[in-house]
Design a protein around this ligand. Sequence first.
Ligand SMILES: NC(=O)C1=CN([C@@H]2O[C@H](COP(=O)(O)OP(=O)(O)OC[C@H]3O[C@@H](n4cnc5c(N)ncnc54)[C@H](OP(=O)(O)O)[C@@H]3O)[C@@H](O)[C@H]2O)[C@@H](O)CC1
Ligand SMILES: Nc1ncnc2c1ncn2[C@@H]1O[C@H](COP(=O)(O)OP(=O)(O)O)[C@@H](O)[C@H]1O
Ligand SMILES: [K+]
Length: 503
Amino acid sequence: MNTLSSLLPSPIYRAQEIKLIEETLAKQPTPLGLMEKAGLAAAEFGLELFIDKPVVLILVGPGNNGGDALVAARYLKSWFYQVTVVFTGNAEKLPPDAAKSLQSWKDAGGTIHDSIPDNVQWDWVVDGLFGIGLARDLDKRYLDLVKRVNQMQLPVLALDIPSGLDSDSGQPFRAAIRATHTLTFLALKPGLLTAYGPDYCGEIHLDQLGIEPETLPPSKGNLLTQKQVISALKPRPLNSHKGMLGSVGILGGANTMTGAALLAGRAALKCGAGLVYIGMLADSAPAVDIQQPELMLCAPEQLLEIEGISCLVAGPGLGQSDRALALLQNAISSDLPLILDADALNLIAVHPDLASQLQNRKSASILTPHPAEAGRLLGCSNHEIQQDRIGSALVIASRQNSIVVLKGAGSICAFTDETWYINPTGNPGLSSAGMGDVLSGMIGALIAQKLKPKQATLLSVYLHGAAADKLVSRGFGPIGLTASEVIDEAKHLLNNWVYGKNS
Ligand SMILES: NC(=O)C1=CN([C@@H]2O[C@H](COP(=O)(O)OP(=O)(O)OC[C@H]3O[C@@H](n4cnc5c(N)ncnc54)[C@H](OP(=O)(O)O)[C@@H]3O)[C@@H](O)[C@H]2O)[C@@H](O)CC1
Ligand SMILES: Nc1ncnc2c1ncn2[C@@H]1O[C@H](COP(=O)(O)OP(=O)(O)O)[C@@H](O)[C@H]1O
Ligand SMILES: [K+]
């Protein structure tokens, strides 16, 4: 069994893909069937977690997730746990493997309750109501069970996925079990990792049921891991100079939003760009950033004339004025790698000519929308984006011929070749103004230092979240975490990853 942080690059499959894999595996002869393995793995994990907690409530649903729970119940009973099994479904309608598991449970002397008994104090709960087969809102009977379990405030081990959570989107179907632990089988599912998934899953563990990951079909989706993102990093040559480390140009900072451009610039500087220029639109733009005088501030029109810029970031505090529009047009028509955030995205959403200009760019474009910006780009609501974060990110990537980072818990990085990644780092401390500006500056810095746009994007997204996680682990958040703190921590982590020092 693996914890999330110990996973190597790990494939993520949507429910339909998992079902196909399951069908293929079911045809192969193995000493133990998949359900038996899943139930045993769950019971063993329960034993590991709750060895001193003997009284367990097990909820069994109407499909194969319920079958897993019945197998777990049988093992736990044989290990002298006091097991109460609740099954409210129709035994006649159980799928064949689950029906066999029910029979084995009964053969082992197990009994079934058709509702949660009153006046019993359980130590923990196994949630085996629904797994990847749930595709519609919970009906009242299951909704009541879910709510009742959530009110118990007990440790809950969810099998495969917390019941009620959509395993593709991470959205609850009206309600979902709030698990303290989720043991997922065979491979990761996106719903565990993005949108509300992390809120409902608790600690995620994976049991591959003895199936070697290499034998699984290739997946378009993968979990981002530290090992993968840092593979492109290498120490600087001793004989380096600032010209080798690239220069980033930031376009933004209109009236009242100068801070956004400064944050992007400081992030670019502290993530290693050799030179950083900021072209600010504000009427009385500062001539210098007193806190960070290394930044070179200029008029935005002047920025676009500077020779030797390696990479442009357009959007932090850009505003949507005519001047902003004209500058953005120029930025898009440049042949530099381009990161577009915030108002640059909002302008593209309302100017189809800009959108088509973007589609035809020869060099890399990286779009970093949050869900509301993504909704504007696709002409739909924020809610619709969140219902299908992966699909939405892929559509924007394909329509705009761009790399896309759909931000928010479990950020999705999507590419034009239809591959996608989910980022496991980050926390609610990042839900504060300026964090997106920092991310765009970081991507700019890494592209300027000659990382490939894909690698620069994946590394920045992972690093941004990892920096926030580190700060929270040291008590600097999540409440009140600031974008400036994230910049400094990202610098430390990056040095640590390259030079292996606890700097
Ligand atoms: N993948 C693997 O390799 C392995 C998979 N395994 C396990 O199988 C699980 C998938 O099993 P599954 O396909 O039977 O689906 P599951 O989640 O149990 O639910 C489907 C049932 O729920 C019902 N139902 C749906 N919505 C409902 C509603 N709102 N209200 C009421 N009922 C509703 C639906 O009824 P129907 O829609 O057909 O009328 C159907 O009866 C998977 O998550 C994992 O735990 C392991 O055993 C081994 C390895
Ligand atoms: N709850 C969260 N968990 C993980 N990451 C988060 C969370 N909330 C916000 N973030 C991250 O913080 C950043 C916020 O960006 P954005 O909304 O554009 O902020 P701003 O516009 O204020 O700069 C994104 O990278 C996003 O993924
Ligand atoms: K479940």
